[in-house]
Design a protein around this ligand. Sequence first.
Ligand code: ACO
Length: 358
Amino acid sequence: MSDGLEGVIAAKTVLSHSDGERGIVWVRGHPIAELVAHGYEGTVALMWEGFAGDQLTREGMLRQLGTGRMLAFSRLGDWLPAAKRRPPIEAVRMALAALPDDSAPANIAATLPVAVAAVAVAALLRARRGRPPVAPDPALTTAADLMRMIDDAAAEEKVVSALDSYLTTVIDNGLGTSTFAARVIISTRASLAAAVTGAYAAFSGPLHGGAPGLALDMLDEIAASGDIDRWIERKLAAGGRLMGFGHRVFRVRDPRADLLRAALQRLDPTSQRLAFAQEVERRALAALERRKPGRRLEANIEMDAAVLLDAIGLPREVFTPVFAIARAPAWIAHALEQQRSGRMLRPASTYVGPAPGE
Ligand code: ACO
């Protein structure tokens, strides 16, 4: 057995699949590129069909998530006072932890944008100027309402469209670590709210969903150093990891990186940061091949995600919670699918410690 459980099949799913050799991601039989046209709400309806309802539609999902955001806003007092003093990534965890166990799927998913806007970003931007969080508009899409709640003004259509493309592109990719965590938790017959809170906790680490903010920090550090190759060599020589490279499944370039890049090019065709990120990527790939020949470490989505989220106007401290807005519907769908199997997940370990009396 490998320490990282690679190759272990831990679930059967109809929800999503990543093929790391061919560079494809499917969600319910659709290539991920096709889903961008469905938008976030349309894709959530597709993923939840048969699990969190039947004959789900984009319009119905818009309504459910809009109502869910209103409910989350009405419950701000449950967690906002304590969460305001914490960094956004922790604040959002507190918002999820405050959910009642009997929360419905849409109300759990809708808690995240409200938490990000009303707690995390409020702590960073608005609260400093003493202004209260902005109430949701349930008629808007998640992307449009998130930007509106953050900026207290309607966002430009191209910004909303870029964020919606991001949320849809990164929604699911098979049994990621956080998705696995959600399945483990729900298998004990714990609540869906508990499963999503645990999945978020697993997600928040720098090797997983915690990566995009750190990828932007890395780009800034490299730019400040004035020497891309030297910075990369030093990092690798010190045993450090380059954020935005490597993946447990993908041995070729992650296909979603190009979709995110296309969204950025639509939003800001002359992005200087993208040009710089492309140069860093080129040199980093060469350095990784020199240092780890044959490992096939390719670009994952995180550098393109970071540059896109930055161009959208989101502060890097909320990149991970925004990523979680995308992933929460997948955690929910996988948890509901796991619930159907009824079997508790409980693997075994090999004991390598001393025997009694040794
Ligand atoms: N930079 C430098 N070295 C790396 C990197 C990297 N980004 N990724 C892998 N390696 C090295 C490891 O140190 C290891 O070397 P060693 O065996 O000599 O110790 C070897 O390559 C392991 O390669 P893999 O088995 O392919 O990596 P693993 O599956 O264990 O890890 C992971 C995957 C965690 C994503 C890793 O590539 C990484 O840390 N990347 C940087 C963080 C990142 O971008 N995370 C986001 C991933 S996407 C997502 O989760 C949403």
